[in-house]
Ligand binder design. Structure first.
Ligand code: SR1
Ligand code: MG
Length: 416
């Protein structure tokens, strides 16, 4: 997957280079139509890591994404190029199971580390849409189904262990981006680190308090171990609301470059954590009602879909080596019980990883834009503080908030 590149093969393509690159691929050129000099190439890079361009011709459009030898927003932070190779591999692995809940991979060039995917012209990034007050009532349920299918179908619940191991092993070598997650999400916010920063001094005491809390530290350590040792399925690895594109009746998960084997609750927790931050950031009661609705919808549909797939796989004798079909196909009560236990554990992980995501997005390296809609600086700090207090409680007192239902009740109360 990450075969060595000759030192001269890679170059960062500019718009002219992208046009020539696409023109050399007959299928892509046909998709765009017309002549290369008629194609419009527009840069839309807004993530932290890569260059992204949209290219339109008379017949259609494509999206071109290329790794840079550094973090896009910090050229001094050097980085290997292989992340787009992992994104291409993730799309190949999950697209057969999730269909149009993600994008079609049109081309991958392993020398340029360039990926071409379908262009989603009718869509907006969910985070941006939510910040502008938009509502996509079907999106959270669709993401629940996406996570259920992408994880169930890549786990030993659905696969023979040999197949699961063969599928997951290459992703365990996604070292560069997993290192980012280990440092930026799971470790740095809990000690003094030069990459950490936060909006205002009002948050200083809150940060000092959760760092000093042994209950928080113990739980964070436990989630670090869970992330690194519990390889339940292939994860997206960075499933925040900026990794989702939405149209009225169409929802797509993008940006699978952080893919790795891990605990299913990590993907769930990142999505729930980002919806919780939107809940605290959104200025209107309607926005808060929708954020709570979306968290509930996501969780309900994830759990339902995961259970349905599992039950069907056992009934059709197509289950994997974990909870093998011969043990459960004639014992629906036991199957129901083990499914409930498995998903309760995912729920516990989801709540803890949601808390970690909130803390790192407010006090770590990579912040999110959601809070920017609050123009009054003191009010913004107060909303961030409320989100941090919730996250602290989720980590320090897990027995008090054991379910998504309990989390929704508490979050509704705290967000007002
Ligand atoms: C240096 S990368 C920082 C963050 O951006 C990505 O989207 C991931 O969320 C990562 O943690
Ligand atoms: Mg991304």
């Amino acid at each position: 997957m990450t075969r060595p590149t000759s030192p001269t093969a890679y170059r960062t393509l500019d718009p002219a280079g992208i046009r020539a690159f696409l023109a050399a691929q007959p299928a892509l050129a046909a998709r765009l139509g017309g002549r290369p000099d008629e194609w419009r190439v527009r840069e839309v890079s807004d993530g932290n890591l890569n260059n992204v361009f949209l290219i339109h011709g008379p017949a259609g459009g494509v999206c071109f994404k290329q790794s840079l030898p550094h973090v896009r927003v910090d050229p001094d932070w050097k980085m290997p190029l292989d992340r787009t190779a992992f994104e291409a591999a993730y799309l190949r692995a999950v697209r057969p199971h999730v269909g149009a809940l993600t994008t079609e991979l049109l081309h991958f060039d392993p020398d340029l580390f360039a990926l071409v995917i379908e262009c989603l012209d009718a869509h907006v990034v969910l985070r941006q849409g939510l910040m502008q007050g938009g509502d996509w009532p079907e999106a959270a349920a669709a993401i629940g189904r996406f996570v259920a299918r992408a994880t169930f179908r890549t786990s030993p619940l659905a696969l023979k262990f040999e197949d699961a191991s063969t599928l997951l092993a290459p992703f365990a070598r996604n070292h560069t981006l997993t290192r980012i997650t280990v440092d930026l999400v799971l470790t740095d916010p809990y000690h003094a680190h030069p990459r950490n920063h936060w909006l205002s001094p009002e948050l200083d005491t809150t940060v000092a308090a959760f760092r000093a809390d042994p209950n928080v530290r113990r739980r964070v350590g436990q989630m670090q171990a869970r992330f690194l040792t519990c390889q339940q399925a292939l994860l997206h690895g960075d499933l925040h609301t900026g990794s989702v594109m939405v149209a009225a009746h169409d929802t797509r998960v993008i940006d699978g470059e952080f893919a790795l084997p891990g605990p299913i609750g990590f993907d769930c927790g990142l999505f729930v954590g980002n919806l919780l931050m939107h809940l605290f950031a959104t200025p209107t009661p309607q926005g808060r009602t929708r954020a709570l609705r979306d968290i509930g919808q996501f969780w309900t549909h994830f759990r339902q879909d995961f259970t349905t797939q599992w039950t069907d796989a056992v009934a059709r004798d197509q289950a994997g080596d974990a909870y093998a079909a011969p043990l459960f196909r004639d014992d629906p009560a036991s199957l129901h019980q083990v499914q409930a236990r498995f998903l309760d554990e995912v729920e516990t992980d989801t709540i803890a990883f949601a808390a970690l995501e909130i803390i790192r997005r407010i006090t770590g390296y990579a912040h999110i834009a959601d809070f920017d809609v609050i123009t009054d600086r003191a009010a913004r700090a107060a909303r961030q503080q409320a989100a941090l207090h919730l996250a602290r409680d989720l980590l320090a007192e897990p027995a008090r908030i054991p379910t998504i239902a309990a989390l929704l009740a508490l979050a509704a109360d705290r967000a007002g």
